[in-house]
Design a protein around this ligand. Structure first.
Ligand code: BES
Ligand code: ZN
Length: 555
């Protein structure tokens, strides 16, 4: 089972951390977390415990003979080597984080919805937990944890854990990338028996409306793949600089406010993050090369939820959009990056986060489903989640299990280890989209966001002026549609829409929007000066993860 994770200095095969106790002060003035973590250990061999750190100031280590912070690797950070006392089963590290911690974003009041209070949130996936906790930062190690978090008066701290006041507890073992904390001016609104939403007060009504189907989604996954094992499922709406659409922190999904469209049209994000409660959080990729086990399974389950709740047309549209985006992105990837089990030697695991693990992964599962029939495939998946529950597994573990439990003729090795889409792949198609393609539309009054996106993306040589005159895309308040439109406007040099590019790039921090827009701008001299002028102002408002991405594009 054991497979070395190249993105961690730790040696869990020798000494394994099994439980953490965090005790931290959140200090907005110095932009630091400061306090201690107590690590409880299972000792197998030797007396050197190696922890991952990045940018941490280590003040002292209790109950240890000595410790030494190694030199910093640009991707991995620095190993903290702790010499244990004979027989010791715990150590306590006193530390503080740096102002540049890659896993933390500190927001000033103007960067929040309410403008009055500061905000902090963590983003640990893939290897950023080590920038705010010294730990074995590999998804192959699971820990239970407890935490005491102190925040300034008037603010509320939340974690992906059981919460009671400033104390938190996660009784199920989770990988480090799922440890999450946020603090700000937060209000809570129940959505159902075991679900609810946290948001800034000015956002809470809109958020509760948008996510009203959450409880039904939980029921839908349970009906297919077995009980939800984490107690509560809540959502936390973050300020707009959150670099992702969503993050599946256990019990508390973190979500971008850009999915609050007012019409519930972008809630596939909730289906996705909720689905991770099975694929990812319950059965976890053991290394970042196995990331497709998290995301491919999740996209598959996400679309099954959409089908159950909103019907097959909706799921089919999402599948077709996904396939088209996959083909577009894959064309720009090097061959070795078009495989599911990706070689990340010498690379940041964030580099592997393309549509390949998501959409090629989901397409593989759809293809197996077609080969064996939905009933057998559902039984297989349900048994898979039970069999590997609360464990971290590799692609090889999946292959062994699939070959044993569900023999079929899908060429798994080709799908997983070779570039591109094998012959015989499932081929999603949508009748609704066929109607969209059948000519210039006459009645669009009932069109969904998906139809608009498909319509825009299927314009070969778009008549931007006519599109805008008839459908007013420049005025769109739907983040996905506006993003697609602005991207096309930059490509086409469509002047009337360009003034919206700057406010858009300054008001959202979602990497999926920023990366293509800045990339497109950088292709022309005018665009380049526009990109540089915008980025100069926008950069400090972006999350460190997004800054790193855009630094690489704009320079
Ligand atoms: N776990 C991912 C986000 C992630 C991946 C963070 C890799 C850091 C490294 C999350 O579940 C996700 O996939 N989010 C998507 C949205 C989803 C609807 C496809 C995103 O953020 O765009
Ligand atoms: Zn995901």
């Amino acid at each position: 089972m054991e497979q070395k994770d190249i993105h961690s200095w730790s040696r869990p095969d020798l000494i394994r951390v099994r439980h953490l106790e965090l005790d931290l002060d959140v200090n907005f003035d110095s932009r630091t977390l400061a306090g201690s973590v107590t690590l409880h250990l299972d000792r197998v061999a030797g007396d050197e415990l190696v922890l991952d750190t990045r940018g941490l100031a280590i003040h002292s280590v209790d109950n240890a003979a000595r410790h030494d912070l190694g030199s910093t690797d640009p991707i991995l950070g620095a190993p903290l080597r702790v010499q244990l006392l004979p027989g010791a089963t715990w150590v306590r590290v006193h530390y503080s984080t740096s102002r540049q911690a890659s896993g933390l974003q500190w927001l000033d009041p103007p960067q929040t919805a309410g403008k009055l209070h500061p905000f902090l949130y963590t983003q640990s996936q893939a290897i950023h937990a080590r920038s705010w906790i010294p730990l074995q930062d590999t998804p192959g190690v699971r820990v239970t944890f407890e935490a005491t978090i102190r925040v300034p008066a008037g603010l509320r701290a939340v974690m992906g854990a059981e919460m009671s006041g400033s104390h938190f507890r996660m009784p199920q073992p989770v990988p480090s990338y799922l440890i999450a904390l946020a603090a700000g001016d937060l209000e809570f609104r129940p959505l159902g028996e075991r679900s609810g939403v946290y948001a800034e007060p000015s956002m809470i009504d809109a958020a509760a409306y948008e996510f009203a189907d959450t409880e039904a989604m939980i029921g839908a996954v349970e009906a297919m793949y077995g009980p939800y094992r984490w107690g509560r499922y809540d959502l936390l709406v973050l300020p707009p600089s959150f670099p992702f659409g969503g993050m599946e922190n256990p019990r508390l999904t973190f979500a971008t406010p850009t999915v609050i469209a007012g019409d519930r049209s972008l809630v596939s994000l909730v289906a996705h993050e909720l689905a991770h409660s099975w694929s990812g959080n319950l059965v976890t990729n053991a290394t970042w090369s196995d990331f497709w086990l998290n995301e491919g399974f999740t996209v598959y389950v996400e679309r099954r939820v959409l089908e159950r709740l909103y019907g097959p047309d909706r799921a089919a549209m999402e599948a077709v959009l996904g396939r088209k985006q996959l083909d577009a992105e894959m064309a720009s990837l090097r061959e070795p990056d078009r495989v599911l089990h990706i070689d990340l030697t010498g690379r940041d695991p964030d580099d592997g986060c393309t549509l390949v693990p998501y959409e090629k992964g989901a397409l593989l599962l759809r293809t197996i489903e077609q080969a064996v029939g939905r009933e057998r495939f559902d039984a297989f998946l349900r048994a898979y989640f039970d069999h590997f529950a609360f464990r971290s597994i590799t692609t090889a573990d999946f292959l062994d299990y699939a070959r044993r439990e569900l023999p079929n003729h899908v060429p798994l090795d080709e799908w997983i280890f070779r570039p591109g889409i094998p012959a015989g792949a499932a081929d999603p198609h949508s009748e609704v989209f066929e109607r969209v393609e059948s000519g210039w539309p006459t009645d669009t009054s009932a069109w969904s966001t998906h139809e608009w996106l498909h319509f825009l993306r299927s314009q070969d040589r778009p008549d931007m002026a006519r599109l805008d005159r008839e459908f007013h895309f420049t005025e769109s308040r739907n983040s996905e549609i506006l993003f697609q439109w602005l991207l096309m406007a930059v490509k086409a040099g469509y002047e009337p829409a360009l003034p919206r590019v700057s406010p858009f790039l300054k008001s959202v921090g979602r990497r999926k929007f920023l990366k293509p827009l800045y990339t497109e701008l950088m292709k022309t001299p005018d665009g380049r000066s526009m990109a540089r002028a915008i980025y100069r102002e926008a950069r400090t408002g972006y999350h460190p993860i997004a800054q790193a991405t855009i630094d690489g594009i704009v320079g």
